[in-house]
Write a new protein. Structure first.
Length: 366
């Protein structure tokens, strides 16, 4: 069986699909590959890690039905080195041959019989604006955990109440909370972080996407044109995050975001040699930043800031501060609210009353 297809079109779709391929050892070999299936004058590409699933359709005049699975890594590298234009795919019993002009590459196939298709979500599709997720999710996603030991911390918790929806993520050391008006039919659910990162990527060129949600099957799907991605929801009780957010503060500082990021990076040059701890000293002249070392005053920088309240010294893992600042909008001011050195510290973005970020301080001896 031979199929002609544009090289870049195939490579682009394989690249997206490859991000859903399982990178863990499995007793099902086909999970390490991408399912390539021709049916109804379309090429269908499928990939899964059993938690999330990918499916896209590419129009193609072929009428013959065929199903193969191959490891995408070598195929993608080969395609990336070819010149633009049409490539010929020659599918044989045990191998895939790709030809372009005077060049050809041969790739072995994986048994396709056990490849799992995406779950069937029969619920009605709702249309939602992509801005709802691609604008707001990045402020929350980075705070979710990447540690598999506590699965409920590996995702973003969507909470709905009346006409409001809240997005919450935490890894136990920091927390992001974003509230917004409920304009679309987004259900209450706990969705894996990695899956939502792919949804944000796929939504960049789209204004609208389809959403299906199955409460019974605990599955959600998003559709962008001819591409649909699915994910099983995380089950379990999300921690009571409200208790972490201080209801008051004693010291408040307003500081320029871009300069704050630059100064924290300067401090990190020295802090990462010892403990990754940065000290922030709040005083009437501004905020003095230094690494937590035996001689804190050897390497420091003072940033102007509007500080209200008593002087305080708080220690943080500088990586958490950098993560937050990297996701905050440029040319904005950051509001820092401190209750005491051993209490959670609240970071806000000036002009955005619906978002806050909490970082747990590091206990130090004074």
């Amino acid at each position: 069986m031979k199929i002609n297809i544009d090289k870049d079109l195939l490579l682009d779709n394989l690249t997206v699909a490859s991000r859903f391929v399982s990178n863990r050892f499995s007793s099902v070999p086909s999970l390490q590959g991408i399912l390539f299936e021709t049916k109804d004058k379309h090429i269908n590409l499928y990939a899964t890690n059993l938690t999330s699933f990918f499916h896209t359709k590419i129009k193609n005049p072929t009428t013959e039905e065929k199903k193969i699975v191959f490891d995408p890594k070598k195929v993608m590298e080969f395609l990336s080195l070819l010149t633009p234009g049409i490539v010929e795919l020659d599918i044989e019993d045990s191998q895939l041959v790709i030809r372009k002009d005077k060049t050809k590459g041969t790739f072995s196939l994986i048994n396709a019989e056990d490849f799992p298709y995406p779950p069937i979500v029969k619920e009605k599709e709702e249309k939602i604006k992509t801005d709802v997720l691609k604008k707001h999710l990045p402020l929350v996603l980075f705070a979710a955990s990447s540690d598999d030991t506590r699965p409920v911390l590996n995702g973003v918790n969507f909470l709905t109440q009346d006409d409001e929806i809240a997005l919450v993520a935490t890894d136990g050391f920091r927390l992001s909370l974003l509230k917004m008006k409920k304009e679309d039919s987004i259900p209450q659910m706990l969705v894996p972080k990695g899956f939502l990162e792919e949804v944000v990527r796929l939504s960049k060129e789209e204004k609208e996407m389809g959403l299906r949600f199955s409460e019974k099957e605990k599955v959600i799907s998003f559709t962008f044109g001819d591409t649909t991605v699915y994910s099983r929801l995380i089950t379990g009780d999300f921690p009571p995050f409200e208790k972490v957010i201080p209801s008051e503060s004693k010291t408040k500082a307003v500081i320029e975001k871009d300069e704050f990021l630059r100064n924290i990076r300067i401090v990190s040059v020295f802090a990462r040699e010892v403990s990754n701890i940065a000290l922030l000293s709040f005083g009437k002249d501004g905020i003095t930043m230094s690494p937590k070392t035996e001689r804190d005053d050897q390497n420091s920088t003072l940033q102007d800031a509007d500080v209200e309240g008593p002087p305080q010294k708080v220690a943080f893992n500088f990586k958490f501060i950098i993560d937050f600042l990297m996701h905050a909008p440029d040319k904005k001011k950051i509001i820092i609210e401190v209750l005491r050195p051993d209490a959670p510290v609240v970071f806000k973005i000036e002009g955005n009353k619906d978002f806050l970020h909490v970082i747990m301080p590091v206990r130090i001896q004074t």
